[in-house]
Design a binder for this molecule. Structure first.
Ligand code: G1P
Length: 297
């Protein structure tokens, strides 16, 4: 059985309506945390995990994403002429090897499962990762790398998981797992956005997956689920029923939900505070803000 994961799918077709009006002109994935687009964090994480082929599932209006990963010879030449070597390095780190990145369009917004299924011919018959760029995870060892290492031992399928507060569970895919604190858990079932009170646990799926190609075959039926969408969770649940080889992986790290405004702002602050050149100024500003708000209460 092949356990090396070389391909990753990045579903980036969503309209990002929660960030309107910005997303009228800018794909959500290009929005920046400090100075790096959301998608760059996901790409960096995939690269650190040994991914060699990057498959973007895009939609209309996402051209800026393709441009972002293109080489920029004019910019490079002008930075070089001015001797701006640090910036040149920053620029070159975003370059992808020729042919390493492929784009496929999702022509209709039919759900995450459908988006991944759109990449089936590029994935072929091998295990693949899926990274949802909205979920940004700060960790000493990048989340997907943690998973790839655990997966090398186990094979099958693996989904990143995290305990979430009771009132948030129904926003996620949720795992039915035995009680325990182990990082790797056998999954007995999986349900997308369970109605409050029906959730099997408070262990939610976070946007990192390592999947076998069998999951794609379950998506062939184009069956709709929660919210009338074709759900990746349902296809994985079918694979649990068929082969029982899905594991939940409690990763180490701090996850930010950059699909929400509050999460995006929190990530901006956290990544800003993690930068040596910004920390002091930002901390001072935050202390002052909090003090001012407290004084006004
Ligand atoms: C998607 C998945 C869900 C998962 C979540 C993680 O939901 O469908 O299973 O828990 O990402 O962020 P969405 O956020 O697109 O509603």
């Amino acid at each position: 059985m092949q356990h090396k994961v070389k391909k990753a799918v990045f579903p980036v077709a969503g309209q990002g309506t929660r960030f309107l009006p910005a997303t009228k002109a800018v794909p959500k994935e290009i929005m920046t945390l400090v100075d790096r687009p959301l998608i760059q964090y996901a790409i960096d994480e995939a690269r650190a995990a040994g991914i060699e082929e990057f498959i973007f599932v895009t939609s209309r209006g996402k051209g800026a994403l393709e441009d972002y990963f293109d080489h920029a010879p004019e910019l490079e030449a002008s930075l070089a002429a001015k001797g701006k070597t640090a910036l040149l390095k920053v620029l070159r780190e975003t370059y992808m090897d020729s042919g390493a990145i492929a784009y496929v369009r999702q022509h209709q917004a039919l759900g995450l499962g459908h988006a991944v299924w759109c990449a089936r011919h590029l994935i072929g018959n091998e295990p693949f990762a899926v990274l949802l760029p909205d979920d940004v995870i700060a960790a000493d060892k990048p989340c997907l790398q943690q998973m790839v290492e655990a997966y090398a031992e186990s094979g099958g399928n693996m989904v990143a998981a995290m305990e979430v507060p009771a009132d948030r569970v129904s926003s996620y895919g949720v795992l039915d797992v035995p009680a325990g604190i182990c990082p790797v858990l056998p999954v007995r079932g999986m349900v997308e956005k369970p109605a409050p009170g029906t959730e099997p646990s408070n262990l939610a799926v976070i946007g990192r997956y390592i999947l076998s190609p069998q999951v794609l075959t379950h998506l062939d039926s184009q069956q709709t689920g929660a919210g009338g969408e074709i759900q990746l969770t349902d296809a994985i649940a079918q694979e649990i029923a068929r082969a029982g080889n899905v594991r939940g992986f409690r990763f180490e790290g701090q996850r930010y939900d950059c699909g929400s405004k509050a999460g995006f702002l929190q990530a901006t602050l956290a990544f800003g505070l993690a930068r040596d050149e910004l920390r002091e100024e930002l901390e001072e500003f935050l202390f002052d803000m909090v003090a001012m708000r407290q004084a006004a209460q």
